[in-house]
Design a protein around this ligand. Structure first.
Ligand SMILES: [Zn+2]
Ligand SMILES: [Zn+2]
Length: 286
């Protein structure tokens, strides 16, 4: 039951994200949780990274004006991180926090940036924003994020690969039953071994330190968490692989190979990992 793959739902029993912004989105129609099935492989408009916008503009008075339109995974990470740090802080004399909610969120953003700047870049995998996925025990395909709500099967699979996600199984009364499988995540030793083999994102060559470890045969489909079933993908390529029908297999050379969707290559000819792009199938078969 717990390995059922979540699909989108339309429930809205969540706290509002960062004030009443989600209410405003629903009111103008942009927050409609009905899945838009024009996307590939069942992902929704909310999950479409191609629609993302993020700008920081220096204003004439020397400030920075930020605007953005983010997919629900980046948005969920941002909201979870800001909310975890933007808590009211009593003054030294015990009186209430005098900062506005906006000022509390701005202070939280600075803490996040400072933490990112001081992260130990020698670590194989830096800490990731932590997400919580709630899965009803009787309908495991109706999974939902805390702040931004229902997610599609494709996104649930991507999150379960490597993101710092806690799967909470709930009963009909929303009482927690289980916290998901520990063995879903690769161990630090496995991450080191896979990083030694792949060196970088196998699709685009992005840095290993930023990359997720993708299950080639998905964990929800019974794929094991072992070296021959894991490969490095940066967050952008990871989302793309799940959303657009790429397959990744381990070759006889014990290295991962990318198989494009038919929309890119009708013959689906395997491509070597980025750090082995100069090789060909004939050489590896020799
Ligand atoms: Zn990449
Ligand atoms: Zn994955």
């Amino acid at each position: 039951m717990r390995r059922g793959t979540p699909r989108a739902r339309t429930g809205t029993d969540r706290p509002d994200a960062l004030g009443c912004d989600t209410d405003r989105a629903r009111a103008d129609g942009t927050g409609d949780r009905q899945p838009d099935r024009r996307r590939n492989r069942g992902t929704t408009r909310g999950e479409d990274r191609r629609l993302n916008e993020f700008t920081i503009v220096a204003t004439p008075d020397g400030r920075a004006a930020i605007t953005g339109d983010l997919d629900m995974i980046i948005g969920e990470k941002l909201i979870a991180a800001i909310n975890s740090l933007a808590q009211p802080r009593p003054e030294p004399d015990g009186s209430p926090d005098t900062r506005t909610r906006g000022q509390q969120r701005a202070d939280a953003l600075e803490q996040i940036l400072d933490a990112a700047a001081t992260a130990d870049s020698r670590r194989v995998t830096p800490p990731k924003a932590h997400l919580t996925l709630t899965i009803p025990v009787d309908t495991p395909d109706l999974a939902s994020l805390t702040w931004l709500g229902p997610i599609s099967q494709a996104t649930a699979k991507m999150l379960a690969c490597d993101a710092g996600i806690t799967e909470i199984i709930i009963d009909a009364n929303r009482a927690p039953l289980d916290m998901g499988y520990e063995q879903r995540l690769f161990t630090p030793h496995q991450r080191t071994a896979i990083t030694t083999r792949d060196r970088c994102c196998i699709k685009c060559g992005g840095p290993a330190a930023w990359s997720h470890i993708h299950h080639m045969i998905h964990w929800h489909d019974g794929g094991p968490t072992d070296l021959d079933n894991g490969c490095l993908l940066c967050p952008s390529c990871h989302a793309h692989v799940h959303a657009h029908g790429w397959d990744i297999v381990i070759g006889i050379d014990r290295h991962p190979w990318l198989i494009p969707p038919t929309t890119i290559d009708p013959h689906r000819t395997p491509l070597p990992a980025h750090n082995r792009r100069t090789m060909h199938l004939d050489e590896t078969a020799a």
